[in-house]
Design a protein around this ligand. Structure first.
Ligand code: G6P
Length: 467
């Protein structure tokens, strides 16, 4: 115990991807993304480890060091993946925490698997953490870990951050074994959320479900104080800025523009193919604009990147079918040979390719039905060093609280989506530039490094950390 790591990150996924090396052999490389780039330097300098799953079932990869971070894989069997990851995490908790955008499924065996896997994560963490270490647990897949870890290792300082929304009390109350999930979170010293409302929901729930008496941003539980506060996550602004300044990325952006038709204006969506993202409604709204003649195939084009995600879960397969049918219908009705209105890419794209797309874009469409934060919106803003480009943003994202200079829309209302798209297309260039400048100032002042440091400083001492 004594010679373990003084800083441990615990997340469902390890921050690595398996790639094929030059010699043809398999190797691990660090995954792209803000969370990893914020935590990696902290993990490196403070002697840190990362506990998580490699992403493959029945994978027996042992401890590894990648890019200076010590990785401690927690293996999951095919049944664990089915019941803990695809089941309880992504078919029960995910839809319920996203305001029932889809119907949650409740299964006893999924709950049991969730508990068993959470226990394995807690045990793996207890084994690697040094005396008095700081442990930072992430997201809805691991709600039980803080309490489990505390009972194994009362010496640890435990933080938890929820990346997705935290539902209102009435919704949370629908969950079977709800008190146990809440007690899981109360095992932490600090519970962080994307928005202040989520922290309030959590504290209210502690009152309703366990009869606790929250005051201000904290609640007393089993003789300890648990603090609940908002820490809106962000992106690695410097990295996006570097990509946006890269001549190869700029060249790629120009090539994309030429391929799509230089005289057409580009609307872009970039999302995991997930029912929370409002892709269906967005495509439908675009189709209606074409049908009404508000825009034409000669003037505009929509590129929708839909990254494959959780494809073994039925609701994701059904969404894919619906989106692809609608894209096919629109292209069939309004397209011409060599010129289609919707370019739909069911593919993952590299950060370089995404930034090239952001730079080529006239109107970025970020219109989820519900989203904890949405980092694509912030990436788009950070990429636009030219201060051009407009952002259409759903009111139901965490990002909308910060980026209120976007063209805000209610994505549940197709008419309002259409209004937002047209307003963004029609806005005079100087209005778009003013909006973009304000949004860029916000994103620049709040990058992911600052987010991580604020969370950790608060975990260290909630009364001294600057808020
Ligand atoms: C969301 C969640 C993350 C998750 C990611 C990708 O952003 O908050 O915890 O890792 O989606 O989903 P996946 O199921 O592929 O890990």
């Amino acid at each position: 115990m004594g010679d373990g790591y003084s800083f441990v990150v615990v997340a469902n996924r390890l921050p690595v991807d398996r790639t094929t090396g030059e010699d043809g052999g398999q190797q691990w490389t660090r995954s792209p993304g803000g969370l990893v780039s914020a935590l990696a330097p902290i993990a490196r300098t403070s002697g840190g480890a990362w506990v998580g799953w490699t992403g493959a079932a029945d994978d027996d990869t042992g401890p590894q060091e990648v890019d200076g971070i010590q990785l401690r894989p927690v293996p999951l069997s095919a049944q664990d993946v089915d019941q803990y990851y695809e089941g309880q995490s992504n078919s029960t908790i995910w839809p319920l925490f996203h305001d029932l955008v889809e119907q949650p499924v409740h299964r006893r065996e999924w709950r049991q698997a969730y508990e068993a896997v959470n226990r394995r994560f807690a045990e793996a963490t207890a084994e690697v953490a040094a005396d008095g270490a700081t442990v930072w647990v992430h997201d809805y897949q691991l709600l039980l870990v803080p309490a489990m870890l505390r009972s194994l290792r009362p010496d640890l300082r435990i933080g938890f951050f929820l990346h997705i929304p935290f539902p209102p009390v009435e919704l949370f109350m629908q969950l079977p074994r709800r008190a146990e999930l809440l007690r899981g979170l109360l095992g932490a010293d600090l519970v962080g959320f994307q928005r202040p409302l989520a922290a309030q929901n959590f504290l209210q729930l502690a009152g309703r479900l366990l009869g606790l008496q929250p005051h201000d941003d904290r609640v007393c539980y089993e003789g300890r104080t648990v603090v609940a506060r908002a820490f809106p996550i962000s992106i690695d602004v410097g990295e996006i800025d570097r990509l946006a300044a890269d001549p190869d990325v700029q060249l790629e952006s120009e090539r994309l523009r030429a391929d799509l038709g230089d005289n057409r204006r580009l609307l872009l969506g970039v999302d995991r193919l997930d029912y929370t993202k409002g892709i269906e409604q967005r495509v439908e709204a675009f189709g209606e604009l074409l049908a009404e003649g508000a825009v034409s195939n000669d003037e505009v084009v929509l590129v929708q990147v839909a990254t494959p995600s959780r494809m073994r879960v039925a609701q994701y397969q059904q969404l894919r079918e619906r989106v692809e049918r609608e894209v096919g219908r629109i292209n069939g009705e309004y397209g011409a040979v060599g010129r289609v209105p919707v370019h739909y890419l069911f593919q993952s794209r590299s950060p370089e390719e995404l930034v090239a797309l952001y730079l080529a874009t006239d109107v970025m469409l970020v219109t989820p039905l519900r989203d904890g934060m949405n980092l694509v919106a912030k990436e788009f803003v950070a990429a636009r060093r030219d201060e051009l480009g407009a952002l259409v943003l759903s009111e139901f994202t965490g990002a909308a609280a910060e980026l209120d200079d976007a063209f805000l829309v209610n994505p549940h209302d197709v008419e309002d989506l259409k209004r937002g798209m047209v307003a963004a297309l029609d806005a005079p260039p100087d209005e778009r530039a003013v909006r973009m400048r304000r949004m860029r100032a916000r994103v620049h002042g709040h990058d992911v490094d600052r987010w991580a440091r604020q969370f950790l400083a608060t975990l260290d001492d909630p009364d001294r950390a600057e808020t």
